[in-house]
Design a protein. Structure first.
Length: 121
């Protein structure tokens, strides 16, 4: 059994953002067909995190997949098109260290805000 816990006040909501400075805006976009890890502040020992995700400035139609560890599942948390700004709220299972993995099939900017966690009772 799990209980929902709001993000503590001392943890900023924005936990990930690839949008860089205006003079080098695209340099921080993840590469196409790449996987990266996102550490969730305060996430160690929690079972899931509630995340608001956004994708903007995609270089092609694409998707993002989130998972805790191991092999990538055949699913997506958000789908997007070129020129579209889109957001979604997801509940992401966390690895024991409080992180999760993200896969993107095309270059796009990604940003994430932490709303809260689920933790064991």
């Amino acid at each position: 059994m799990n209980a929902f816990v709001l993000r503590p006040e001392n943890i900023q909501p924005r936990i990930f953002d690839t949008r860089g400075p205006v003079d080098n805006f695209d340099a921080y976009k993840p590469k196409a067909n790449s996987t990266f890890s996102v550490p969730v502040p305060g996430g160690a020992g929690k079972t899931c995190a509630i995340i608001n995700i956004g994708a903007v400035h995609a270089e092609g139609p694409g998707f993002l997949t989130f998972w805790p560890s191991g092999d990538r599942p055949n699913s997506s948390e958000i789908n997007f098109q070129v020129g579209q700004a889109i957001a979604n709220e997801v509940t992401v299972p966390l690895a024991p260290d409080g992180s999760f993995k993200v896969f993107t099939n095309v270059r796009t900017h990604v940003f994430m805000d932490l709303k809260g966690y689920y933790q064991p009772l």
